[in-house]
Write a protein of this length. Sequence first.
Length: 412
Amino acid sequence: MTSKIIVIGAGVIGAASALSLQADGHQVTLLEREAPCAGASFGNAGAIVNGSCVPTAMPGILYDVIRMSVQPLPPLSIRPAYFHKILPWLLRFIWQSRSVAASNNAAHLHTLTKHAVDAWHQLVDDTALAPLVEEAGWLKVYEKAASFADTAKARKLMDEAGTSYEVLGRREISDLEPNLAPIFNFGFYQKDCLRLVNPHKLVNSMVDLMVSRGGQFKQFDVERIQHEGKQVSLSGSAGSITADKVIVAAGAWSRSLAEQLGDSVPLDTERGYHLMLPESTRDLLNAPVVNGESSFVLSPMETGMRLSSQIEFGGLVAAPDYSRVRSLLPLAKRMLPTLDTREQSAWMGFRPSLPDSLPVVGFSTNSKNVLYAFGHQHLGMTMGAVTGKLVADLIAGADPIVDMAPFRPNRF
Ligand SMILES: Cc1cc2nc3c(=O)[nH]c(=O)nc-3n(C[C@H](O)[C@H](O)[C@H](O)COP(=O)(O)OP(=O)(O)OC[C@H]3O[C@@H](n4cnc5c(N)ncnc54)[C@H](O)[C@@H]3O)c2cc1C
């Protein structure tokens, strides 16, 4: 049956959901308080990592956090003024780092991410979006044997989940990426992945495609959401609007909307940063490369090389602090000696994250007319297309390809 459906949030999750719902024949309106792709989907590393399954809360994370807190420029930091606010989230996060919880979370994540590449192909092939998504591997490199040995826990989880990867030595790393300095002795490589040559252009083009197929895009900051009989009503910056069904895909800002419907979801944000380097640097790598020791990614994009990094717990309001990501430039140069490190632009984005690293994809506990699709943490680009498909299946009442129980909003 055709419904009038509103999707809140024009990031990758909202745009993919809108396209999949439209493909099922629904009349779709996408609401966004800014321009399309104004959130985390704008500035990520652009990697679609098929089968990615390692949660952020891994055994030993508490020790890692304490160790990092004494480093001068650690990859993970907590703004002191936000500490009391993030504490309940952190306690849940530490609880999720027990071996058994981490294994379960990895297995659940894998049920989604193993469909990532196929789902993206289904969404973009034979459309104008196809050139923005390229086949590429996902390579992590390490200089020291001890650092590579530290990845054993992550590799064990990948083995258990069935994520395939290859362990590489110096020669194979250099065959894949000849411009890397010959300092990396260990690598692991996931072959069948994708890369986005311009995530911002991709999400914008997804919205354009939806509009060209008869959907609507409206600039609308949703402030209130409530059920009204069989309808859902929204009000905010552009008045009020009603729909048969509403999808909440507002990324890191989804928590307060869910709260209005009686769902208390421990969603917070892991802030991340990027720097763009000159366009001339874009061909120095064939695909994104992770510096495993210093926790940053260099991604070749059509606009230049993107250096992305950092997990910062600081909430949605505090101003960015670019000092940590800037401090990585000498390390990026050491990694890629011909890199022109003149900064072209700097950006901060808000990864929407739950303590178990799993997204929320499921109906509100109080309304079968409101469906949540948020909390995709470090893997929203990877899981964007598959989430769109799941959203459409849930709205259709069809059996999704994945067991949805681990992603329900009231699991905590
Ligand atoms: C540095 C960095 C690197 C990353 N690298 C990768 C990567 O390589 N691969 C990967 O898979 N993932 C990566 N990610 C994660 C990925 O970017 C996110 O998981 C994903 O973009 C989340 O998408 P989203 O649509 O849920 O949220 P967003 O993109 O944030 O979109 C939410 C949208 O909702 C809008 N909105 C919010 N509230 C309202 C409201 N009340 N009314 C109307 N509109 C509203 C916002 O303006 C925003 O546009 C990275 C993230 C960062 C920060």
